[in-house]
Write a protein that binds this ligand. Structure first.
Ligand SMILES: NC(=O)c1ccc[n+]([C@@H]2O[C@H](COP(=O)([O-])OP(=O)(O)OC[C@H]3O[C@@H](n4cnc5c(N)ncnc54)[C@H](OP(=O)(O)O)[C@@H]3O)[C@@H](O)[C@H]2O)c1
Length: 289
């Protein structure tokens, strides 16, 4: 009998994609769960792909059938987690999943406003073994949300003032998640705050980008209103615009400045720095690409 696969929610996304890559490099059997399976089957030879829409409970039973463990992430567009993410947890537990790794967010235990808090609470109530990963601010915001500003306008435009940020590399999160999913021994019930190894300002990030790209990239501190307008002009829905603006203003106060040694301890090496992330992705910010 073949081993039961690990389910990976959000497998086309940044965190889920990193978890998928790490599990595959460890040769752990995986079922990638996506809304549109064609998004993965075309480029991932030999990968088991299942359909999951967290807003459509009729997709849950097939998605979880026969699976062993679950990697879970809350898609940014989903704010109401009760009928979506938490209902999916119930389906997975009902199907016999024996361990869940949740990509949560730093501070989710104390912050009732973030949806992750309600998922964490639900996991505890569901009685399933689980591990909570609570990452800080993603370095991959540079390759995702900030990419076009850097690429076309040579600027970082966020309302973060001179706040320091302990950027964490999503690939490191993927490695830790895969490690726990492969063997949860010693991680059951644990909650890990995960940050990068150093805290830098956006001026320092701009200097690193300038060096790596060979052209000047500047940090332009945005006002709250200016940033919200910028996100809306980029097509972000209103709710996510408000969430992103509040999160970035929190950076001014140092909300993401604390460096936590846990990630390095779990990886057994120094976590990647924001300079590493920049060096590995320079092609994404070339205007011509
Ligand atoms: N950005 C940060 O600095 C930061 C820091 C800490 C924590 N977080 C948390 O990390 C999470 C974001 O992770 P991410 O960056 O990997 O997000 P992402 O890149 O936007 O990926 C989201 C994934 O969810 C999938 N998805 C969207 N709607 C879905 C639905 N209805 N049913 C099933 N799948 C759906 C998407 O798949 P398709 O669209 O392809 O279907 C995609 O694979 C959020 O919970 C956020 O709060 C973010």
């Amino acid at each position: 009998m073949s081993p039961r696969p690990v389910l990976v929610v959000g497998a086309t996304g940044r965190v889920g994609g990193a978890v998928l890559a790490s599990l595959r490099s460890r040769e752990v059997p995986v079922r990638a769960l996506v809304r549109d399976p064609r998004a993965l089957t075309a480029c991932e030879a030999g990968l088991e792909v299942g359909r999951l829409d967290l807003r459509d409970p009729s997709t849950f039973a097939d998605a979880v059938a026969g699976a062993g463990r679950l990697f879970l992430v809350r898609p940014p567009a989903i704010a109401r987690v009760g009928p979506t993410v938490n209902a999916f947890v119930d389906a997975a537990v009902g199907a016999g999943i024996d361990h869940v790794v949740l990509a949560s967010v730093a501070g989710a235990d104390d912050n009732r406003l973030v949806p992750h808090h309600r998922i964490e609470t639900h996991l505890r109530a569901a009685g399933v073994a689980h591990t909570l990963l609570r990452p800080g601010f993603f370095a991959q915001n540079l390759t995702g949300p900030y990419r076009q500003d850097i690429r076309h306008d040579d600027r970082l435009y966020v309302p973060a003032g001179q706040g320091r940020v302990a950027f964490v590399d999503v690939r490191d999160l993927g490695e830790v998640a895969a490690q726990v999913l492969e063997d949860p021994t010693g991680h059951v019930g644990a909650a890990y705050e995960l940050t990068g190894p150093e805290a830098v300002t956006f001026d320092e990030v701009a200097a690193l980008l300038s060096d790596a790209l060979g052209r000047p990239v500047r940090y332009e501190p945005a006002t709250v209103v200016g940033y919200a307008r910028h996100l809306r002009q980029g097509g972000l829905p209103l709710t996510q615009t408000l969430v992103q603006t509040v999160l970035h203003v929190g950076l001014r106060r140092g909300d993401a400045a604390a460096v936590d040694p846990t990630l390095g301890r779990l990886l057994g090496r120094r976590p990647r720095t924001v300079a590493d992330v920049i060096a590995d992705h320079t092609h994404l910010w070339r205007p011509e690409d």
